[in-house]
Ligand binder design. Structure first.
Ligand code: ATP
Ligand code: MG
Length: 775
């Protein structure tokens, strides 16, 4: 253990070695917060705490898996096995299954994903005869979600005059009724939505003191990563569970709180001291992740926020290259620039794809980037957007499987009752829904009892409905005797799903069949995995739970080498050597929807801080002059965030006389460009902002670690318009070594040199990437 403790600095060691009591570690990006949690768990176990008594809550399940792996490498795999580690949703879904009966739910309850919830809300709006342009189902869904996360139940909603009034003012006076119907329908379908997993856990812990006591005694040590992004509902759960032993360790960074729009409450971190007695506060200041340029640039940004805790972040790492800023004409050019830059970096530094990440504000931005990466044959993976399990064909198979487990599942039933087509029309389904509401039963039960109710359904349809039910019941029998893989195979075949896609015959249809095969492979892996752990039949219910809670990051098996594309929100906690932040434009980032108030703008700025601090070695910021938004080509302005970075950390790719930027024209890579579209920006002037205002002591520390430079590093590297590079002179290249320039050609971004290297032979290099040293 000592050797592992030695892998921590003094500041990190302190919270690891403090076994008992409440503690909070507040620290900037890359300072080792997650590392502290990981080592702390290992240390607790080393000190004899049973792994069974430790609960650790992470932001993604992938993060939990990684932590577990690291802990296993320290304490041994069998020790680490029993640790309760995962996201709030996955941990409490498991607990709710144990305790479901207390809340009147079946233990096989379904978890509705966002799409299921939204579909249900849309159909409720329709059934109520409301105007769908006023009651937009997505908006209604997020209202309901925020009520739930603030623990506002239907009853509490109606008792809260302010809320009722606010919805009435927003011309949605029937919001509360929709909420009520939605909750009823979920309950009747034996389903919980994502927010219920937290809300119901709170209900469970509040209403049943013996259940609370049980889990308090069980989770004697609780650890929470990314505490700044917990919402009220999560906060209350942590609070309740840790109340008895108060062995609670939370880590976070107020500067990285980026989920306020989803109810995260930054006050949870700010008020932690008030919630527990004798809270130990720890601070970490040294960043191990990034270069000085990146750390200090990030400091200079976050300094613009008024609401923040004072923090120092410094690093002993190298200065590293400056942050490269580039302006492109269109999003297509932006994609091509990023792809070619990745390619150049790979060539220059011998790097695989996995070292690169491209981050954007909104998922829609990925398309142009993807096109460019594909053209260059660079392998990539998109996180977020439509995940594998959200594809239509996959959801269709899963809907059948869900029905097998929980026949009351209304959304699953509606999805597949007539898919593949079996002559059960929309009107019939509507009648079934009305009857189900009337008798307060599930649709499945209504169909089972068709003989006893008069539904005006013709006998042909009735037979078809009964056949459907019989089919599902036959699957249930299969499920009792076989494992999930066999069942899934039977379902794919017997329902006619595969035949339907085969009939289709288009490339898309074939791709869908392949996806279903992939799903079956996934189920087989799951079943095998379960058999390894214990001699049990891989249970379908558990597989479905894993699927329902899988976040997009969780699908990353990590074994293939791809460029990562994702929104900044998803990138929290991750790190990559090279990071491209694209779409640095006003209205896009900061988002046009988040510029109304100072606090919204500050959240966007924190988001930018998160983005930049993902980079270890080099960051790029790109923006375009015009971009398609909502189907229209609109002019774009560079993001204010670029200007907010202290200028000394930036390098503009194409500075031109008196103007700070010149648009990039690279006809080689980008094809012909319509020059009339180019518009030059006025130079930005003014003193560079102070990076931060350190105290005397901090200054001392900083000085000790960072030699004072006058900005000229002494490195005589070329920049783009360096006229010194001419044919005949001797140069040195980082990788190819010494050589002689034979020829210079092209202008601006295009400028290339033909160099004869002593060892590497002839090379043609783009000067803007080559970083040549004159010798
Ligand atoms: P974020 O705020 O982005 O979540 P974090 O504070 O959780 O960052 P970590 O991810 O734990 O930071 O650490 C950042 C990087 O620095 C990781 O690669 C980690 O392995 C490394 N690191 C942390 N502490 C040390 C240390 N004492 N010695 C060497 N490397 C370290
Ligand atoms: Mg972290």
């Amino acid at each position: 253990m000592e050797e592992y403790i030695a892998e921590l600095n003094d500041a990190q060691r302190a919270p690891v070695l403090q076994i008992d009591g409440p503690m909070i570690v507040i620290a900037g990006a890359g300072s080792g917060k997650t590392r502290v949690l990981t080592y702390r768990i290992a240390y607790l176990m080393h000190k004899g705490v049973d792994s069974f008594n430790i609960l650790s809550l992470t932001f993604t399940n992938k993060a939990a898996r990684e932590m577990k792996k690291r802990i296993a490498s320290i304490v041994g795999p069998s020790e680490a096995k029993n640790l309760w580690m995962g996201t709030f949703h996955s941990i409490f879904a498991k607990i709710l299954r144990f305790e479901a009966d207390k809340l009147g739910y079946p233990s096989n309850f379904t978890i509705y994903d966002t799409q299921d919830s939204q579909r249900l809300i849309a159909s409720i709006i329709k059934e109520m005869g409301l105007d769908k342009d006023i009651y937009k189902y997505k908006q209604v869904y997020s209202r309901i979600s925020s009520y739930k996360n603030s623990l506002i139940t239907v009853k509490a909603y109606f008792q809260n005059a302010d809320l009722v009034e606010a919805d009435a003012m927003a011309k949605r006076p029937r919001m509360g009724e929709i909420y009520e119907h939605y909750v009823d329908r979920c309950f009747k379908a034996g389903a919980m939505d994502f927010d219920d997993l937290l809300l119901k856990t709170n209900e469970l812990l509040n209403r049943f003191p013996e259940v609370l006591a049980k889990y308090q005694n069980r989770f004697r040590y609780i650890l929470v990563d990314e505490y700044q992004d917990t919402n009220h509902s999560q906060y209350l759960i942590v609070r309740a569970l840790s109340d008895k032993f108060q062995n609670i360790c939370v880590v976070g960074d107020d500067a990285q709180s980026i989920y306020a729009f989803r109810g995260a409450n930054i006050n949870n971190i700010l008020n932690f001291q008030k919630d527990y007695d004798n809270v130990q506060q720890y601070r970490l200041e040294q960043n191990y992740r990034s270069t000085k340029n990146i750390v200090e640039a990030a400091n200079s940004i976050i300094d613009k926020n008024k609401t923040k805790l004072d923090k120092v972040v410094w690093t002993a790492n190298n200065d590293g290259p400056k942050i490269i800023v580039n302006r492109l004409i269109t999003d297509g050019d932006e994609g091509r620039f990023v792809a070619s830059s990745i390619f150049e970096n790979q060539m220059q530094h011998q790097l695989g794809n996995g070292k690169f990440a491209i981050l954007y504000r909104t998922n829609a931005q990925s398309r142009a980037i993807e096109d460019a990466l594909r053209k260059r044959d660079i392998k990539y993976r998109i996180y977020g957007g439509l995940s594998f399990y959200q594809r239509k064909e996959i959801k269709d198979v899963l809907a059948y499987l869900r029905l097998v487990i929980n026949p009351k599942d209304e959304e699953a039933l509606k999805r597949v009752i007539n898919y593949p087509a079996r002559g059960i029309g929309g009107t019939t389904v509507d009648k079934l829904v009305v009857a189900a509401n009337h008798y307060d039963r599930s649709i499945f039960e209504v169909i089972e009892n068709l003989d006893r109710i008069n539904l005006k359904i013709n006998s042909g349809t009735k037979t078809r409905l009964e056949n459907f039910i019989t089919m599902i019941k036959s699957f249930q029998v299969t499920n009792e005797t076989s494992d999930a893989f066999i069942l899934a195979e039977v379902v794919a075949k017997k329902t006619g799903l595969l035949q339907e896609l085969k009939k289709d015959g288009t490339p898309e249809g074939i791709a869908r069949i392949e996806n279903i095969e992939e799903l079956l492979n996934g189920i087989r892996d799951f079943v095998e995995g379960q058999k390894e752990v214990a001699d049990v039949r891989g249970s379908l219910a558990e597989f479905l739970e894993d699927v329902a809670l899988a976040t997009d990051l969780d699908q990353d098996t990590g074994d293939d080498d791809r460029v990562a594309l994702m929104t900044i929100h998803l990138a929290k906690g991750l790190e990559f050597p090279y990071v491209y932040i694209v779409g640095m434009e006003e209205d896009l980032f900061p988002s046009g929807m988040s510029m109304n108030t100072r606090s919204e703008l500050e959240e966007e700025r924190r988001l930018f801080y998160v983005a930049l601090t993902r980079a270890e070695k080099q960051a790029y910021l790109t923006y375009t002059q015009s971009r398609y938004r909502w189907g229209k080509l609109v002019d774009a302005e560079p993001s204010r965030f670029i200007e907010e970075i202290d200028e000394q950390y930036l390098e503009y790719m194409t500075p031109v006389d008196g103007y700070r930027y010149k648009p990039l024209i690279d006809s080689d890579i980008f094809g012909e460009v319509d020059k009339s579209k180019l518009r030059l920006k006025k130079p930005v002037t003014g003193a560079p902002p102070l990076a931060h205002k350190p105290t005397e002591e901090q200054l001392r520390k900083l000085r000790k670690l960072r030699p004072v430079t006058d900005g000229t590093t002494g490195e005589n590297t070329t920049n783009l318009f360096d006229g010194d590079l001419i044919a005949g002179i001797a140069v040195e290249h980082m990788r190819f070594g010494r050589g002689k320039i034979l020829k210079i050609e092209g202008v601006g971004q295009d400028r290339k040199a033909e160099i004869l290297f002593e060892k590497g032979g002839m090379k043609k290099l783009l000067l803007r990437f080559a970083k040549l040293k004159i010798i």
